[in-house]
Ligand binder design. Structure first.
Ligand code: NAD
Length: 434
């Protein structure tokens, strides 16, 4: 099979690299020429553990190529994956303009019968529209089939997830098209679930909405725990030991961010509205998450009074550890709030600082080393639980700050650890350590 992938972002690039690793010939196509130039040199434009090494290996083996030309990228391809972005529009819906552009590009440039596989997260009915658009733009009488193959990888462990995922969902109305995509994926050795196109489209949104719900649920339990004197970490542990509930996604904190949960929950609310259904539960999930992101500043104001002129160290700027992705990161909301309060902000992130500089308010200063952020701070905020941050933040606050006070948005430490280091410690859903 000759495979093309349209879009070399977190999903497209990882998909291209992993498909080439299991032996396929893959051409990755992106309209961003700067990205393509880097990729052709074997440099990954994104930070993702293990990605660059695997990419280099497969470029050298001659199985993986990059181009910004649709003519070159789509020539003689039997299977074309679409992995372009589907960002949130102003009304909450998924913006499908990149998807539709990719579909038209496929139609105009394909040179044989083709199976078009949509990996991007798209609303119900989009795969049918993609097929229609490809067919409407064909230069000859080729056969076109559509397959929905939603992606479940997590940034930060994307390569691992591709080889160890829980399942591969293949949604198709045409059995032969489904078989082609099954054959391509067989070497991964993962369970394959074949469904209709509509079910596959729905599975992706339902899965993300459920995970977001789990996070907002434990965050509400955290907010209640604070009031009643319970410790949410203990509560989550006790809940998680029930196999029906499971321990994953029960970490209370300052909410979810990233390029998927926020936009996908909004999109599912919008899809529901379009079909005349009011998804009350999901609306609350979104609202709870918005509120969670503001908690640290609220707690800091309650404890310190005015934040005017106070120097706050923001530790961890990416939306989660092991990624440089800043999309919908809590640091965006927190830094904006702190600027409004007149605080001085010094940010630190081991990997995402360069991306943060293009997104966070210009008032934010940046430290090269974590200790430089902590040393002159009046208060430390932990926003992302990078391993380095968890290892050093409390210890260094205890060592370097005159009146050490840590506001922890990720519940990284126990009360005993804070007490031992004489650090005032305020976290989420637990009693403060004074
Ligand atoms: P991204 O923004 O990182 O990458 C998209 C890429 O597509 C960009 O490089 C862009 O230049 C390119 N592109 C846009 N239009 C193009 C066109 N017409 N031709 C060629 N290239 C084009 O996006 P992402 O994070 O990889 O997400 C892609 C999709 O996968 C989204 O629908 C997202 O919801 C879904 N998804 C993402 C993740 C994740 O963790 N990032 C996980 C699962 C699913």
């Amino acid at each position: 099979m000759n495979i093309a992938i349209i879009g070399t972002g977190y999903v497209g690039l990882v998909t291209g690299v992993c498909l080439s690793e299991i032996g396929h010939d893959v051409t990755c196509l992106d309209i961003n020429s700067e990205k393509v130039e880097l990729l052709q040199k074997g440099i990954s434009p994104i930070y993702e553990p293990g990605l660059e090494e695997l990419m280099l290996k497969n470029i050298e083996a001659g199985r993986l190529k990059f181009t910004d030309s649709h003519i070159i990228g789509l020539k003689d391809k039997d299977v074309v994956y679409i992995a372009v972005g589907t960002p949130q529009s102003e009304d909450g819906s998924a913006n499908l303009s990149y998807i539709y552009k990719a579909a038209r590009d496929i139609g105009q440039n394909i040179t044989r019968d083709v199976t078009v596989v949509t990996k991007s997260t798209v609303p119900l009915g989009t795969n049918y529209k993609v097929r229609e658009l490809v067919m409407a733009n064909l230069q000859d009488n080729y056969l076109v089939e559509a397959v929905s193959n939603p992606e479940f990888l997590r940034e930060g462990s994307a390569i691992h997830d591709s080889f160890n995922g829980d399942r591969i969902v293949i949604g198709a109305d045409d059995a032969e098209a489904a078989n082609i995509i099954e054959e391509i994926n067989k070497p991964f050795g993962l369970p394959i679930l074949k469904t209709s196109i509509s079910s596959a489209e729905m599975i992706k949104y339902a899965a993300n909405a459920f995970l977001a719900t789990k996070i907002s649920f434990i965050n509400e339990i955290a907010n209640l725990s604070e009031k009643v004197g319970a410790d949410v970490n203990e509560v989550a542990k006790g809940m998680g030991q029930d196999a029906r509930i499971g321990s994953k996604f029960l970490n209370a904190g300052i909410g979810y961010g990233g390029s998927c949960f926020p936009k996908d929950t909004h999109a599912l609310v919008k899809i529901s509205q379009d079909y005349g259904h009011d998804f009350h539960l999901l609306k609350s999930v979104i609202q709870i998450n918005e509120n969670q992101k503001t908690l640290l500043v609220k707690k800091a104001k309650e404890r310190l009074g005015s934040l005017e002129g106070k120097r706050i160290a923001l530790l961890g700027l990416a939306f989660k550890p092991e990624t440089d992705d800043m999309r919908e990161a809590a640091s965006i909301v927190v830094s904006k709030q702190l600027v409004e309060e007149g605080a001085e902000i010094i940010g630190y992130d081991p990997i995402a600082a360069e991306n943060a500089k293009t997104i966070l308010p210009e008032e934010v200063q940046y430290a090269e080393q974590i200790e430089d952020a902590i040393k002159e701070a009046d208060a430390v905020f932990i926003l992302t639980d990078w391993k380095e941050i968890v290892e050093k933040a409390l210890l260094m606050s205890g060592l370097f700050m005159e009146n050490p006070i840590v506001f922890d948005g990720r519940n990284c430490y126990t009360a005993e650890e804070a007490q031992k280091l004489h650090v005032e410690y305020i976290s989420i859903g637990r009693d403060a350590v004074l």
